[in-house]
Design a protein around this ligand. Structure first.
Ligand SMILES: Nc1nc2c(ncn2[C@@H]2O[C@H](COP(=O)(O)OP(=O)(O)O)[C@@H](O)[C@H]2O)c(=O)[nH]1
Ligand SMILES: [Mg+2]
Length: 180
């Protein structure tokens, strides 16, 4: 059995659909934290805002799953480590509309390698309704080349059912009772 409260982290590039996904699946009104960067670079350049999402999903058996979305900008990746603490799994969203989503996948899997190595990851490819290349087989091939085989789905984060598929796949891998 999993503990009563769990934390799952959504990550992926800006615009991939993290906020949308958490909004779609959350049982409570979601929270988007607008934080203003206060470091030197931000002061020298223009102000930068960064949004971290929070939502929550109650499962039937009294379990609660807390959902956190990472800020997408690379310059905020120092927050990823804080956000992933005590997390049980990672939902990596990749945007097929972007220039090189396969390279995005490599980047995020590499960035979260330590986390993934002792926990688990599922991948959702968004934007396929707008741009259907590369196909899912290209993702599978790239993953195989990296020696990985995480669950991979085409998803539309606006559809609650699609987000649910991702979370159920993640939870199924985590529940030892369901592990093969
Ligand atoms: N057509 C389409 N639009 C999407 C899809 N996924 C996300 N979007 C849209 O992309 C925009 C950015 O999504 P958002 O959740 O703000 O991305 P975030 O930066 O990762 O939080 C929103 O307008 C979403 O509705 C998808 O699979 N198909
Ligand atoms: Mg967002």
């Amino acid at each position: 059995m999993l503990a009563a409260e769990q934390k799952i982290i959504f990550t992926g590039p800006v615009g991939v659909g993290k906020t949308t996904a958490i909004n779609s699946i959350s049982d409570i009104p979601t929270v988007g934290t607008e934080a203003r960067a206060t470091d030197e670079t931000a002061m020298l350049k223009h102000k930068t805002t960064v949004a971290m999402d929070y939502g929550m999903l109650s499962l039937g058996d009294g379990q609660k799953v807390h959902l956190y979305g990472t800020p997408g900008q690379d310059r905020f990746d120092f927050m990823w480590e804080i956000l992933t603490q005590k997390g049980i799994g990672l939902v990596l969203l990749l945007d097929n509309r972007r220039e090189d989503p396969l390279e995005d996948m490599r980047f995020y899997l590499e960035s979260f390698r330590e986390f993934i190595s002792d926990r688990t990851v599922v991948i959702g490819v968004t934007g396929m309704d707008i741009k259907n290349r590369p196909g899912l087989h290209s993702y599978h091939n790239r993953l195989a080349a990296m020696g990985m085989k995480p669950p991979l789905f085409e998803v539309d984060p606006r559809q609650r059912a699609d987000v649910k598929v991702l979370l159920l796949a993640l939870l199924a891998m985590l529940d030892p009772g369901l592990r093969r």
